[in-house]
Design a protein around this ligand. Structure first.
Ligand code: CAO
Length: 558
């Protein structure tokens, strides 16, 4: 069946601001399909019947009137769907639940309000008068439950500030103030049921002019339509700036969280179900409207932050990061971190915090290897293509990884995934920051080929031309600072790998051979490993094996 825009009263050419369904979605009768927003009201068009969405005929930004096509619904599967859906259908949230949620929210707002009004009732000054704020004509609705009270005695409100939210089966409505001033008394509480004319609050108003409740007439025609769910967002849509400014100028959190937000009824309902304060969410929708995605992203982020805070601090109550104005002690230069630093920083931080690192240091005697390398480079001087120690390190590391497969692995929960391929990443120092190109299939390549490829990859990294594919699939990483200096350091494991080899500058050192000290070229090795996977003994053995191979590269052929 073709689903069309029902009678939406006087509204024509109303923009579609949200499409809440997509082809393939199974929907129930009354599920919201799209949200329309005129200057005066937000409206959700509900499904006239249950079924499966076949095709959408509108997109965000389209303008529609009564009779415009919205989508094609396959209601043929209705019976089957109804049969499947029936047992899962949840009872609508009872009033008690809703009240509890909002009550909790409210009481915390009251507790947090820094300038809670004194208990004594507010009295009008000579220039003020007491104005009663009442529920306006809300169309066909009677006995509508109050689901949010957005004001409390002492609050300063603007004309059009939201006072209370009402929610019938068909609509969520926010009632705006018809007069500005200071709230004297609030006559309603969450859970009360109201109809037209019910007293909401009294306000001490310096304002002689009070907007008559009939200013909401444009919305009444919407709400009188049985097939749409309007939101009486008149005040919010028209006065978004004024409300925002009021909050900035010292409005309480409660006022900000309720007055500024702009969201459709189903989005408000969704937020309430998840216990999310809409005031805390950055809106990405048109006209500053909060979308379902905004809420989902907010919840995901909150869960992630909660988890990442809970794991490392483990109840240790870390002190907040010191905030110091460094310029007070002398001149400073402020530079934002590069994009690469920001990305690698996040990964390094996670890996450092989440992996129990241990580093095993050892020395390799590379005297013979270095003389061979120099001979090799002398021979190749004419053809070019220098071989650095890195190529031998990669070759030797593969030999050690084959001997100790747990180092060429990843931890997935309680399972160790040992990889039968050897892709060795190496840290490259680039102008933008640290990058880790990956040399694929290192076990199948000779030292010369490895030297050529690592030089090419490092050059691409420094030029910022390294494709993502050249940074993926690593099984083990080498971080060589040998060309720069240092003795030992603690490299951070490149998760989801379980070990990383740090290499520093080789030095000639006197080494005792059992009879006398002999000058040997010693290469310092620092192997960091994930202690959840690798024991200290295994790490020591790995380093011994690696040193033996570097001491005699013929072992790499075994
Ligand atoms: N001992 C002594 N000399 C060494 C050495 C070592 N362990 N390793 C390299 N060298 C020498 C090289 O032989 C070369 O000397 P010659 O020019 O005389 O031959 C010189 O140092 C420069 O080498 P290189 O750094 O250009 O080449 P490489 O293959 O050794 O390393 C690369 C390539 C990409 C790993 C390196 O350039 C680099 O970026 N290293 C920094 C890695 C890094 O930042 N790690 C930290 C990560 S954690 O923050």
């Amino acid at each position: 069946m073709e689903v069309r825009v029902p009678d939406i009263g006087e509204f024509t050419n109303v923009p579609v601001i949200e499409v809440l369904v997509k082809p393939g979605d199974r929907i129930k009768k009354e599920d919201p399909l799209i949200t329309l927003e005129s200057e005066k009201a937000s409206m959700e068009v509900p499904a006239p019947s249950e079924g499966v969405i076949k095709e959408l005929r509108v997109k965000v930004g389209d303008r529609v009137s009564q009779g415009s096509e919205i989508l094609v619904l396959d209601s043929a599967s209705e019976t089957q769907f109804a049969a499947q859906a029936a047992p899962q259908e949840q009872a609508p949230p009872n009033q008690e639940q809703t009240s509890e949620e909002v009550d909790t929210e409210e009481s915390s707002e009251v507790m947090e309000a820094p300038d809670a009004p004194p208990d004594a009732p507010l009295a009008p000054t000579p220039s003020e008068r007491v104005v009663e704020l009442r529920v306006p004509d809300i169309g066909d609705f009677h006995d509508v439950p109050v689901i949010e009270v957005m004001i409390k005695p002492g609050d300063r409100i603007e004309r059009e500030s939201s006072l209370v939210a009402l929610e019938s089966e068909k609509a969520t409505m926010e009632v705006p103030a018809t007069s500005a001033g200071t709230i004297k008394d609030v006559a309603l509480k969450v859970g009360d049921k109201v109809a037209k004319g019910a007293l909401i609050a009294t306000v001490l108003s310096p304002d002689a002019t009070t907007v008559p409740t009939s200013s909401l007439s444009s919305t009444q025609s919407v709400s009188s339509s049985p097939s749409v769910t309007p939101s009486l967002s008149t005040g919010r849509v028209d006065n978004a700036d004024a409300t925002g400014n009021a909050a900035e100028n010292g409005g309480t959190e409660a006022a900000r969280s309720n007055g500024e937000v702009h969201a459709s009824p189903s989005i408000r309902r969704f937020a309430r179900e998840l216990g999310v304060n809409l005031g805390a969410i950055a809106a990405s929708g048109p006209n500053g409207r909060i979308t379902r995605d905004d809420i989902q992203n907010f919840v995901k982020r909150s869960l992630k932050e909660g988890a990442s805070q809970a794991a490392p601090t483990n109840g240790m109550h870390l002190a907040p990061w010191p905030k110091i104005d460094f310029a007070q002690y002398g001149p400073v230069e402020v530079t934002p971190l590069s994009r690469i630093k920001k990305i690698s920083g996040l990964n390094l931080h996670r890996n450092w915090v989440m992996i129990p690192h241990v580093t095993n240091n050892d020395d390799a005697d590379i005297t013979k290897l270095e003389s061979f390398r120099q001979k090799l480079n002398a021979e190749r001087a004419k053809t070019g293509g220098k071989v650095t120690i890195l190529a031998f390190l990669i070759k030797a590391a593969v030999a050690a990884l084959k001997t100790y497969p747990d180092f060429n692995a990843s931890l997935e929960g309680d399972t160790l995934v040992r990889k039968k391929y050897y892709n060795v990443g190496f840290a490259a120092d680039t102008p933008g920051g640290l990058m880790v190109p990956v040399l694929k299939g290192a076990d199948k390549k000779g030292v010369l080929e490895i030297a050529r490829e690592t030089a090419e990859l490092a050059a691409k990294a420094r030029e910022g031309k390294l494709p993502l594919s050249d940074m993926q699939g690593g099984t083990f990483t080498i971080s060589s600072l040998g060309g720069i200096g240092g003795t030992y350091f603690t490299p951070i494991i490149n998760a989801p790998e379980v070990a990383i080899l740090g290499v520093c500058h080789s030095e000639m050192k006197p080494v005792w051979n059992g009879k006398k000290f002999k000058p040997r070229l010693v290469l310092p090795l620092s192997l960091s490993y994930d202690h959840r996977v690798i024991d200290g003994a295994a790490a020591a053995r790995f380093n011994v094996t690696l040193s033996e191979v570097l001491g005699d590269m013929r072992r790499a052929m075994l």
